[in-house]
Design a protein around this ligand. Structure first.
Ligand code: IPM
Ligand code: MN
Length: 357
C-alpha cells in the first residue's frame, strides 16, 4: 500500500499562500517520484481570518490538526492586528499545544547566494541552530504590579526545567551525531550573568555529553556567539541554546545565509506533530505581487520531509533548490530574482522531475 502522510497546510497571511503553493509544487513532484502520497488539508488561520471572524485557534481546529502527520505553515501576521495577539494566540499556542520543544534552524550558504560577510563562502557557513522552543522567557510567566502607576513593576520570568533542558540538549547531541560533519556541539548561554538558568543548562550539557563521547563540546556566551557568527562562522557545527537566545541568534544566522528568502525552520516534537515554516513573515506590502522568493518555503518542505523520515525525497528537493540558486536566480531578494514566485517554483519542480534517482 502506498504510504500516505496527512499534511495540515496553514497558508496564512500576506505572501504566505503564494510561497506555500510553490512548496506544495515541490512536494508533489518529489512524492510522485518516491511513491508516497501527501494528502493536504487546508486551514484558514491567521490575521485575515481573525479580523473576519474574531477567531484565533480554537479547540476544534486543534483537535483536527492533531490528526495530521505534520503542519506546513506559510506566515502569520497582519498590519492591523496588535503585536502579540496572533503570535501568542496562534503560533506559540501551536508550539505549546503540540509540545514542539525543538526549533530547528539549518543555516547553510548555498552556492550562488550572496552573504554580507566579507571573504566567506559556502565552505564557511554550514551549521544548525537548535533552540529550545517551549520554555525560557516564552512561557508567559510573570506579571505586572501597580500597572499604569509610577511604581509599576513588570516581571517576565525565564522558566528552565531539568526535563525541558535535558530533552533539548539530548536532541542536539543526537542531531549532531546524525549530521556527522564536525561532530561538534556548542552550548550558547550566559553563564557569567544568568547564574541560575545557565548553570542548569551547563550542568545538564555536561551530564548528557558523557553519553556522547564521539561529540566534541564547546561553550560560548551568547554575545560572543554573535561576534563569532560574523567573524568565524566556520567554527560552528551545531549550536544548542535556550528559547530567547535562539530566537535572536537564528535571525542573525538567517542573514548570513542570504536572508529571509532562504531561511526555513521546523518546530519539532520528535514523537508528535511538528510544524515547518519559512521564517520570513507575511510581507503584507508584497501580497499578490509574485515577487517573494519561495525558496525558504520550499526548504521548509525539505526540512519537513527530512523530519518525517522521507530523507531521500528531502534531498532531492534540496538538490533542485541548489541548482536554481546556482544557475538561475539573479538575486535572492524579493523582486530581484529575475523570475516570479511561481516561476521559481516551476524551476524547482522541473529539476526534481528531471533529476536522476
Ligand atoms: C520565530 C518568531 C516567533 C518567535 C514570533 C513570531 C513569536 O520570531 O519563529 O522566531 O519569537 O519565536
Ligand atoms: Mn524569531
Amino acid at each position: 500500500m502506498t504510504k500516505e502522510y496527512k499534511i495540515a497546510v496553514i497558508p496564512g497571511d500576506g505572501t504566505g499562500p503564494e510561497v506555500i503553493a510553490e512548496g506544495i509544487k515541490a512536494l508533489d513532484a518529489v512524492s510522485g517520484r518516491f511513491g508516497f502520497r501527501l494528502a493536504y488539508e487546508n486551514y484558514s488561520l491567521g490575521g485575515e481570518h481573525y479580523k473576519k471572524t474574531g477567531e484565533l485557534l480554537n479547540d476544534t481546529v486543534l483537535e483536527s490538526l492533531s490528526r495530521s502527520d505534520a503542519i506546513y505553515l506559510g506566515a502569520i501576521g497582519h498590519p492591523d492586528v496588535k503585536p502579540g495577539i496572533l503570535e501568542k494566540g496562534i503560533l506559540l499556542k501551536l508550539r505549546f499545544h503540540f509540545d514542539q520543544y525543538i526549533n530547528l534552524r539549518p543555516v547553510r550558504l548555498y552556492d550562488g547566494v550572496e552573504t554580507p560577510l566579507k571573504n566567506k563562502g559556502p565552505e564557511h557557513i554550514n551549521f544548525t541552530v537548535i533552540r529550545e522552543n517551549t520554555e525560557g522567557l516564552y512561557t508567559g510567566a510573570g506579571g505586572f504590579l501597580k500597572k499604569g502607576t509610577s511604581d509599576e513593576v513588570a516581571i517576565q520570568e525565564s522558566i528552565n526545567t531539568r526535563k525541558g533542558v535535558e530533552r533539548c540538549i539530548r536532541y542536539a547531541f543526537e542531531y549532531c551525531r546524525k549530521r556527522n560533519r564536525e561532530k561538534k556541539l556548542t552550548l550558547c548561554g550566559k553563564t557569567n550573568v544568568l547564574t541560575y538558568a545557565f548553570d542548569l543548562w551547563e550542568r545538564t550539557f555536561r551530564d548528557v555529553s558523557k553519553e556522547y563521547p564521539d561529540i566534541k563540546t564547546d561553550y560560548a556566551n551568547v554575545d560572543a556567539i554573535c561576534m563569532w557568527m560574523v567573524k568565524n562562522p566556520e567554527w560552528f557545527d551545531v549550536i544548542v541554546t535556550d528559547n530567547m537566545f535562539g530566537d535572536i541568534i537564528s535571525d542573525l544566522a538567517a542573514m548570513i545565509q542570504g536572508g529571509m528568502g532562504i531561511a526555513a525552520g521546523g518546530n519539532i516534537n520528535p514523537l508528535g506533530i511538528s510544524m515547518f515554516e519559512p521564517i520570513g513573515g507575511s510581507a503584507p506590502k508584497y501580497t499578490g505581487m509574485q515577487v517573494i522568493n519561495p525558496i525558504a518555503a520550499i526548504l521548509a518542505a525539505h526540512v519537513m520531509l527530512e523530519t518525517i523520515g522521507e530523507e531521500k525525497a528531502a534531498l532531492l528537493i534540496e538538490n533542485a533548490v541548489k541548482k536554481v540558486l546556482r544557475d538561475d536566480l539573479k538575486d535572492v531578494a524579493a523582486g530581484k530574482m529575475g523570475y516570479t514566485t511561481s516561476e521559481v517554483g516551476d524551476l524547482v519542480k522541473k529539476y526534481i522531475v528531471d533529476s536522476e534517482l
